[in-house]
Write a protein that binds this ligand. Sequence first.
Ligand code: ADP
Length: 280
Amino acid sequence: MGGATTDLKLIDEKGLRIDGRRPDELRPLKIEAGVLKRADGSAYVEWGENKVLAAVYGPRECHPRHMQNPTRAIVQCNYNMASFSVSDRKRPGPDRRSQEISKILSEALEHVVLTHLFPRTSIDVYIEVLQANAGTRCAGLTAASVALADAGIPMRDLIASCAAGKVADTIVLDLRNEEDNFGSADVPLGLVPRTGEIVLLQMDGDLSVEEFKTALSMSTDACHRIYAIQKEALRKKYCVAPAVIPAEVANAIHDVATEKPQGSDVPPNEMPGNLKEGVQ
Ligand code: ADP
């Protein structure tokens, strides 16, 4: 970020980016809740070329004991990038970057989890980056909060996260690798959408105050869109979807159900509620 130069045209004559996106456009985002059987909660996020799994265990007794807090739970996040997640094989195991990301994500998640309900325990969140293309801390945080909700852990809200930055003098949303490497700023944001609280904000590179405000407003707006996708993923897993019945079949069922059977005292039936709701 900030120093490297490239022959790549990061913004073309039409104002579009190298992958054809408009400056304020997110990469395609898919979220699935509850993908792992043995974790207490989990989520899988595909965000552009990023593929990230989050798994939650706990609340469980905190070990080692000296880390226990008698008044609340601690959230221990472990961010890991797989060796095969980037084009050059990454040396396996923790490094300074993954330790830093684990720390800031733990702190962000502790703001929304009702930790006081579970004294002396630990809530462990594992974030595994299977494929990386910039924005993995945002994808990890977005996945982790869905995984916590999937684990049934009481929270004030989910956290939605997205970065904005500056590329070729243009403020852009959700930077991909080339933009991250050759752009001049990257500002990841973690937002509690219901309250507007910011629980993660970092800045790599330089922005003027006006540029910073534009970037923040762009990423805040994106976080609300991401929030809707997070909630939809949870709804998809937990709401019993009404049966979808073609309209003509539903009408036929309704006609039969409301006909008074000959010689019977049975009053005309209403169509069962779930069938009614299922009609689309
Ligand atoms: P984020 O993924 O949150 O944007 P960074 O800005 O530190 O975090 O990294 C940007 C991208 O650079 C990563 O998503 C990944 O594609 C790439 N990257 C990070 N660390 C390494 C590494 N050790 N080896 C190769 N590529 C890396």
